[in-house]
Each structure stands twice: as structure tokens, then as C-alpha cells.
Design a protein. Structure first.
Lengths: 432, 279
């Protein structure tokens, strides 16, 4: 009993000591030296990317003694919830790293600053108009799009060479019909021509759908958006469906996978190709077995050429920030061409800036960089990312409908009915 | 016949127990295996339980890339303080609720139950605003307050049960023997309640140690963040993850809970059995 009392007393004393030593101070990062303090929420997560971001912050702080930037680490997984509470509580970071498809609610909600008058001409003119469209909501621009990634085909070089199929290039890509035929040829002996990781099928379907002229979301003259399906909208989902259910050239088991999950099968020769985001090359380089040869091919093209939708990573400024001008200066510094290249290489993505895209460091065949750069011109804003009601349509209507369609549980007519009829009912609630 | 049935039933029970243990242990064993695998083995089509080329690189990378020690210290402070404070508040409350039954205690108990019905997503924004007004955002003080409040209803609920399990006759006997109220509480009730208090503290500690969402929302600067929040920094967009370092860090993050539980569990069992058999 005495030992028990002593142990408890020690535990309480330790806890109180920790309480007193560890909980004091507000730690808001203010230096109290009269300098302007900016907080920069970064979502960089890969080591090279974190290093690049921290190094750039360090360089800024060294060269701008009057404006001190504090690097705050965030996470892609939780950024929306974190920002929402920060905005509501008036505690938002000054500079916010996010993606364009996450900005609509914050932009329309008045939480983000309109950057049109804050950004220098150099930056505004360096980034192409189609990229600016991803962060334009209503009349304002609420983020600077700076990194983007197209979906590419990562292919097993040995299997392609042995099969003798034509190797596509950005100048002469496969058509969707040719792609379907080639995956059939690559299938056999326990191997599939392709594995579509479609755990989240909506963005893949819509983004690649642009290559076949798909649109699905049609804004009207009154500003209201309706969902309609044309011939182009059926091409990409139809091709994937037929690869899985008719040709059996696409692995059915991969349909529920995320991108990383397909890599062991790809390295093991079970899949000849995997359509993945451009940044997955980093994982391929890190995890591929010794001697494994792989290459990066452009995604198939249709009537829309190599067009596909992207939701670039963005940098925004909080509307409540008392230092909007300084925040915009910091963004301008981060996105100078040579810095944008460093960020792009750190994240294995493509810069949006034309000067950065022209940097020789990205024009190399090593790890498929040049293929990505070549398709960059064809990248467009992801369809519907700014449509109000899109998140609900995506989660409640499109995701289950596409999953059932790709697995063969429902046909094209049922898919069309759900995406359009059910979808328009959802959108109507948001557009009254 | 009966013996055979009993043996086969016992064998079946052990098989079921083994199956349950495997089911429970599988994710943790896989986590350990992943933590020691080099990147190339993580991408293998035929993964093995035992890493072919075990490495500590994932641990090195995890510590290089994220402030794990700082985060662990923050988690420890938050969890320890929350557990101690929750128990200090809940124990006398539980005693009163268990021993002095009245309309008020019934209402209080009911309110405690009802308070658990609110999902935390409903509370987070008001809570954030309250803490902001108190200048407790981005402080461990604020987080500890939330953890105490969060753990308190269940801790109280647990302790009320433990207090009721202590026969009131023992206290009456102590009183008859001349012990005052305080003496009775300290010398008779408290020792018998020790297992319950320890179990409750353990519950509060593990709840706070593992908690993620409040810490994510309330703590802003990296030097204040707790382990569960820092672990998410190994996860990228679209679910891509730096799997090796994530597994290594997650493995280390689970160790304190396991150690605390292993140590305290023996004490709980020991205390419960103490005096059960008279020698």
C-alpha cells in the first residue's frame, strides 16, 4: 500500500512538473521585434519537397529581415477541416497551400483574399490563362496555381518491347481505341495489359474525359450548371468498362485500389501499364526492384487531343490576414521560375509557370520528365471543380454509380440515368 | 462423455481465442514488419512477414523528416496531465454520485450520459471559439482542458461503478470502529478503489494519447503538435503515403500505450485479486 501511495505521489508530481514546464507560453511565433510575421501553411510531405520548401523559407527570411515567415506543416489528409476551423476562429495562416478543387467553398465563403490586385505582373503573365481559370471563382482569383500533375501511363518497358506494339509519344499518342486494342495484346499468361486504380473514380473519369471531348457539366446563360451527356462523355468510361468486363485486359481487382496499391503488381509483371498521377514516379523510383525498366507514356488521346483536367496545387492568402501585401510578396518569391522548378522537382510534379516549364532541368528523358512537360500545354481546369454541389454529386451519386458501372454491376444506360437525372436533382438544390 | 465434450469445447474455445488474437495482432505485426522493410520490399508483389533485408532506414527517415521526439513529448504531457486531472475531478464526483443518491445525482448522471451523445464535429467550432477567447489556442493547456472534459463523462461513469462495488458496510464498520469520514475514505475506500482509479486513468491516458482531431484543430505550430497529427505528415494527396517511415513512426507511437497498459494491467489484476482468498 505504501508503495502504491508513493508511486501515485511520484506520478502526480511528475505530471504537475510536466504541466508546469510544458504548458506555458502561447507559442504564436511572434518575435516581438517589430518585424512583420507571416505564417505559411505548407502541405509538402515528401522529403525533397519539405526540404525545398523549408530551404526557400530560410532564404526568404535571410533576405527579408523585416518580414519573417514561419513554416507551419499541414497535411493533405486534413487540410480542409483544419482550414475551416481556422477561418471560423479567425486564426487562419497568412499564406495557405492547398489545391484548386478545395478552394471553392472558401473562396465563395469570403475566407480567401482576391489576389488580382496583389500579385505582380511578372507572376500573373508567367502562368497561363487556363491555369488561372482553376482558381477563378466568380470575378475573383483566390489562389496562385503553381504545381500540377497530369495522369500518365507508367509502363513496363520490357513487356512493351517484347510485344512489339507501337510506343506512343506526346506528338503521336495512342487513341482510346488503339489503347484498348494494345491492352488486349499485352494481356495473357496471368498478366493484364493495364490496371486502373479507381478507388476514387470520379476525378479520373472526368479529367481523362476531356481528351475525348467529354464535358458533362454545361453552364447555362443564367449561370446555372446542368449535367448532360454527349458522345464524348461516354468514350473514356466506356473504354475502361469494356477493358474490365469485355476484353478482360484490365485487372478487375485493381478497381478498388489506390495508385500506390497497384505498384507491387506492376513491379511483379502482373500489369503491363498503370495510369497514375505524374508524381507517382517518385514511388516507382524508390520502390522498383533492381534492374526494373519503366517508362512514362502520355495518356490516350481522343477528339480533344491530349487534353485532360487537373486541379493544381495553389497558394492563397487569408482574407483576414493583416499582411496581405507581404504575403503576396512571399508568394511571388516562392514562385520565381528557378524556385518553382525546385518545388516542382521536390514534388515530382509540373510547374504551371511557362518560364519554369522551359527550364532545361525538366527537359530530360530521365524518369519521364520530358513526357510530362510535353503534355503540360494540353492541361485544362478539372471539369466541375467550381460547380456548387459538385462535392455532393461526386460523393453520393457519381462515385457509387461509376464504381458499379466499372465492375459491371450496372450498364451504360443506368449509369447515364444516375449521373444525369440524380445529379441534376443534387445540383438544383444548390442553384436555386 | 461429459469430460470429452468439455475437452472438445475447451479446445474449440482456445481455437476461437487464437483466431481472435491473430485477428487483433495482425495489423500490429504487419506494422512492425513494414517498419523494418526497405522501400523495394514494400513494393514487392509477394510480401513476406519477416523482412528479407531488415533496415532501420525508415526510423532514421522518420526522425529526420518530422519532429517525432518533440511530438512524443507533447503527447506525453497532454495525456499524463489529462489522465491525472480527469481522475482527480472524477473520483470525488463519482463517490458522491454513488453514495448519496438523490434526485440531483440522478439528473447529474443522466446529464453525463447525454453529454456523450454529441459528436465532436458538432463541438469543435464552438470549442475553438471558446478557447480562442481564453487565449488557449495553440497551447497544450487548451488541449489538456479539452481532453479532460472529453474523458470526464466516461471516467465518471466508470468510477461510479467502481465505488458502488465497494460495500458501504465496510465504511460503516470503519465508522463504528471510530474512524472519521476522512480516515475512512483514505484508509478503507481509496485502497479498494485503486484498481478502478488506475483503470480510469489508463482509459483517459490512452484516449488522449491517441486523439487526433482536437489536436489537429487546436495546435498550429509544429513544435506544439502531438504524435497523431505529426503522423499524418507522412501522408500525401490522394492517399499516397511514405509507407516505411509512416509505419516506423506509427510503431513507435503505439509503444507507450502498450507499455503503460502492460505495466498497469498487472497492477489492476493484482489489486483485484488481493484479499480474494484468505490464507
Amino acid at each position: 500500500m505504501r508503495a502504491s501511495v508513493t508511486t501515485t505521489a511520484v506520478a502526480v508530481a511528475t505530471a504537475l512538473a510536466l504541466l508546469l514546464t510544458g504548458c506555458s507560453g502561447t507559442g504564436d511565433g511572434g518575435d516581438g521585434n517589430g518585424r512583420t510575421g507571416l505564417s505559411f501553411l505548407s502541405l509538402a510531405w515528401q522529403k525533397e519537397s519539405v526540404d525545398a520548401n523549408k530551404q526557400l523559407v530560410k532564404e526568404w527570411n535571410e533576405t527579408h529581415p523585416d518580414i519573417h515567415v514561419n513554416y507551419v506543416q499541414g497535411s493533405w489528409d486534413t487540410v480542409h477541416d483544419q482550414l475551416l476551423t481556422s477561418f471560423e476562429g479567425d486564426e487562419a495562416p497568412d499564406v495557405i497551400h492547398d489545391a484548386s478543387d478545395d478552394l471553392a467553398d472558401f473562396a465563395y465563403g469570403g475566407y480567401l483574399a482576391d489576389l488580382r490586385t496583389l500579385l505582380p505582373d511578372r507572376l500573373t503573365s508567367d502562368i497561363p490563362q487556363q491555369s488561372w481559370r482553376t482558381t477563378t471563382f466568380g470575378d475573383g482569383v483566390y489562389g496562385v496555381p503553381f504545381l500540377q500533375e497530369p495522369r500518365v501511363l507508367i509502363a513496363n518497358t520490357k513487356i512493351l518491347k517484347e510485344s512489339g506494339v507501337r510506343i506512343p509519344t506526346p506528338g503521336n499518342p495512342w487513341s482510346w481505341a488503339e489503347f484498348r486494342q494494345i491492352t488486349k495484346e499485352l494481356t495473357g499468361k496471368g498478366r493484364y495489359g493495364v490496371a486502373w486504380p479507381l478507388k476514387e473514380p470520379v476525378s479520373v473519369t472526368l479529367n481523362l474525359g476531356l481528351s475525348a471531348g467529354g464535358r458533362l457539366f454545361h453552364p447555362g446563360a443564367d449561370g446555372k450548371v446542368t449535367i448532360r451527356a454527349g458522345e464524348g462523355d461516354q468514350a473514356v468510361p466506356g473504354a475502361i468498362h469494356d477493358q474490365v468486363n469485355i476484353d478482360h485486359s484490365a485487372a478487375r481487382t485493381a478497381l478498388g485500389m489506390g495508385g500506390s496499391d497497384t505498384l507491387p503488381g506492376f513491379f511483379g509483371g502482373k500489369y503491363a501499364m498503370v495510369p497514375l498521377g505524374f508524381s507517382y514516379r517518385q514511388q516507382v523510383v524508390e520502390q522498383a526492384p533492381e534492374g526494373f525498366e519503366w517508362t512514362v507514356l502520355p495518356a490516350p488521346a481522343g477528339s480533344g487531343g491530349l487534353a485532360q483536367g487537373v486541379s493544381p496545387q495553389t497558394l492563397s492568402v487569408a482574407e483576414t490576414s493583416p499582411h496581405k501585401k507581404e504575403a503576396a510578396q512571399f508568394i511571388d518569391f516562392l514562385l520565381r521560375p528557378q524556385n518553382m522548378v525546385r518545388l516542382a522537382k521536390g514534388d515530382w510534379m509540373l510547374p504551371t509557370g511557362t518560364a519554369a516549364l522551359a527550364d532545361p532541368a525538366l527537359h530530360t528523358d530521365k524518369d519521364g520528365w520530358s513526357t510530362g512537360v510535353a503534355v503540360a500545354k494540353a492541361l485544362r481546369p478539372a471539369p466541375a471543380q467550381s460547380v456548387r454541389g459538385y462535392p455532393e454529386w461526386k460523393d453520393k451519386v457519381a462515385t457509387p454509380a461509376l464504381q458499379e458501372y466499372y465492375s459491371g454491376a450496372i450498364g451504360a444506360e443506368e449509369l447515364r440515368k444516375r449521373l444525369i437525372d440524380d445529379g441534376n436533382r443534387v445540383l438544383a438544390r444548390y442553384q436555386r | 462423455m461429459s469430460l470429452r465434450t468439455s475437452r472438445s469445447a475447451r479446445a474449440g474455445q482456445y481455437v476461437a481465442l487464437l483466431g481472435y488474437l491473430v485477428f487483433l495482432a495482425f495489423p500490429f505485426l504487419w506494422l512492425i514488419s513494414t517498419a523494418f522493410k526497405p522501400a523495394r520490399e514494400l513494393g514487392s508483389l509477394h510480401p513476406t512477414w519477416i523482412p528479407e533485408h531488415p533496415t532501420l532506414d525508415n526510423f532514421r527517415k522518420a526522425f529526420d523528416e518530422q519532429p517525432l521526439l518533440q511530438a512524443a513529448a507533447n503527447s506525453l504531457i497532454a495525456a499524463l496531465c489529462a489522465a491525472v486531472v480527469a481522475v482527480l475531478i472524477a473520483t470525488p464526483m463519482a463517490y458522491v454520485l454513488a453514495r448519496h443518491r438523490s434526485r440531483l445525482s440522478t439528473v447529474t448522471t443522466g446529464w453525463v450520459v447525454v453529454s456523450q451523445a454529441f459528436p465532436f464535429v458538432l463541438l469543435i467550432i464552438p470549442l475553438f471559439l471558446v478557447l480562442k477567447n481564453l487565449h488557449l489556442i495553440n497551447t497544450l493547456w487548451g488541449l489538456i482542458m479539452v481532453y479532460v472534459v472529453w474523458a470526464l463523462p466516461f471516467a465518471l461513469w466508470m468510477l461510479v461503478g467502481y465505488v458502488r462495488a465497494v460495500p458501504a458496510e465496510l465504511e460503516e464498520a470503519a465508522s463504528v470502529d471510530g474512524a472519521g469520514r476522512l480516515r475512512t475514505l483514505v484508509s478503507v475506500t481509496a485502497p479498494l478503489l485503486a484498481p478502478g482509479i488506475v483503470a480510469t486513468a489508463l482509459f483517459a491516458f490512452i484516449t488522449a494519447w491517441n486523439e487526433f482531431f482536437f489536436a489537429l484543430v487546436l495546435l498550429k505550430t509544429p513544435e506544439k503538435q502531438t504524435l497523431p497529427v505529426v503522423l499524418t505528415h507522412f501522408i500525401g494527396a490522394e492517399g499516397a503515403a511514405d509507407l516505411g517511415p509512416l509505419a516506423a513512426a506509427a510503431f513507435l507511437a503505439t509503444l507507450p500505450s502498450l507499455v503503460v497498459f502492460a505495466v498497469i494491467q498487472r497492477r489492476i489484476t493484482g489489486s483485484l485479486l488481493a484479499g480474494a482468498v484468505k490464507s
